[in-house]
Design a protein around this ligand. Sequence first.
Ligand code: NAP
Length: 505
Amino acid sequence: MSVYSVPSTSQPPHLAPLAPFDLVIFGGTGDLALRKLLPALFHRYADGQIVAGARIVGIARDERSDEAYRGKIREALIQFAGEQAQQTEVLDGFLALLSYRRLDLSSDSGWPEFAAEFTDAERVRVFYLAVGPDLFGVVSDRLQSHGLVNPKTRVVVEKPLGKDGVSADAINDALARVFNETQIFRIDHYLGKETVQNLTALRFSNALFEPLWKAEHIDHVQITVAETVGVESRAPYYDKSGALRDMVQNHLLQLLCLVAMEPPSSLAADAIRDEKLKVLRALRPIENGNAAAFTVRGQYKAGAVEGRAVPGYAQELGAQSLTETFVALKAEVKNWRWAGVPFYLRTGKRLAERVSEIVVTFRQVPHSIFEGLTEQDPSSRLQPNKLVLRLQPDEGVKLWLMNKVPGPGGLRLRHVPLDMSFAAAFGGRQADAYERLLMDVVRGNPMLFMRRDEVDAAWKWIDPIRAAWAASAEAPRPYTAGSWGPSAAVALIERDGRTWHEDAS
Ligand code: NAP
C-alpha cells in the first residue's frame, strides 16, 4: 500500500498504520541512524505504516537547521534505502516528518527548550539511544528530570550493553532508575531477522520438527556468523571488545537460545524470554579447566578477501594486541532435551565468505540399505539430514535430504536440499530487521528484545571464558584473512568426528 492510499481496516497488523508518535534519535547523524534506523523508518512510511503527524527528531552536537538535516538524510536514504527512495513524492513526505535539534548530551543546556516541545502525553514517545553506552545513564536522568518520562515513554538501547557482567549491571541500573523494565527495549537486531523469527514459526507451527527436536534425533547444531569485512578504522573501538563480547555474548547466544528453548506456552514476550533464559542458565560453564578444550580464539593476519589484498588486524590497529577477531567454541546445554548434543559456535572477521547460518544436523539412519550407492561421499555413506536456516546473505531455509538420482542407470542417491529462498518464495522487497523492531517498540511489543535477566545470564557465561583466556599464556591464533579461521577451529569440531557445514549445492 502506498502512503497516499486509504488504509483498509482488513490490513494485517504488521502493516496497520500506527497512531502518530514521537521518535527521538540521540545520535541522529551517526552511522547507525543513517544506514539503518532512518532507512527502516522510511520504508515503514513508504508502506503506509508511519503516517503524517508522526515526528522524528534527530539529535547531535553540531549546529544545523531542519532543512540541512533533511538534506543529509535525503542523501543517506538515496544511498541506503533502495528503490523506494527514488520516488521523490514519498521521499519528500517522509522528510517532512523529520526535524533536528542540537543538544550536547553531556550538558544540561538546551534541555528545557527541547522538553517543551513534547506536550501531548497521550502520544507514544520513543527515545532511541544511538550513542555510546557511557551516555545511557546521563540521558536517562535528563529525560526524567525534564519531565519527558511518562507511561507512554520507551527507551531503546543498542549493544554493547557493557563489557562484562559488572558494567552491564551498571548500565541496567542506570536505566532502571528511570524506566520500568517494560519500557526498556534492548536491541539485538538478529532477533528481527526474518529467518530468526521463522525458526520459532518452523519449530512450533509444524508437526514435523518438534518431535525430532532433541538429543535422540539431533546429532549437533552449528551456528556460524562469518564476516568478510575487517575492523579497519573501527580498530581502536573493536580492540576493547573482541569477537566474544561483540558477537557471541549477544547474537550467537540469542540464536542458540531460540534453537534450544522449550516450547513456550504462548507468543507472549515473557513466555518466550523465560524459556530463552532457562537455556542460558543451563549452559555448561566454560572456565579455566576446560577453556582450552572448548574454545579457540584467533586474530587475522594479512591475506586476500574476495580477490583483494587486505592488511592484518595488528596493522590496522597500528599495534600488537591480544584481542580476538575470531572465536569458535563448543557449548552444551545441560538438560534432558540436549544432553550430549554439542552446539558449535563460530564467528569472525575477514573470513572466506559473508554468511550467517544455523545448521541443525540430524542423526544418521540406524541401518543403511544403500551401502555403496551414495554419489558424493567417497565412503559412499548416507549423509545426515540437515536443516539450514540462513540469516544472510540470502535469507531462507534448506532441508537437506537423501534422494534418488532420477533416470536409468541403477539406484544412486544424492544429498540435495529442498530450498526455500525467502526472496523467491515470497517475492518483493525483503524488509530489514530494524523495520520490524522499530515498529515493535512503537507498539510496545518487547518479544524480540532482550530482558535484563537474559543479558545478565549471558554475561555470567561469557565472563569466565574471558577470565580463562586472560589467565592463559596463549595469544589468539593467527589466521590468514580470507580463510575460515585458525586450523584449531577445524580441529575443535573434527576431534568429535564432525565437520563445519559447507554448502556445496
Ligand atoms: P557514530 O557514527 O559515532 O555516531 C554517534 C552519534 O552520536 C553521532 O550522531 C554523534 O553526533 C552523536 N553524539 C555523540 N556524542 C554526543 C553527545 N555528547 N551529544 C549529542 N550527540 C552525540 O556511532 P554509531 O555507529 O552510529 O553507533 C551509535 C551507537 O550504536 C554506539 O553505541 C554503537 O556501539 C551502537 N551500534 C552501532 C551499530 C552500527 O551499525 N553503526 C550497530 C550496533 C550498535 P556528533 O558527534 O555530531 O554530536
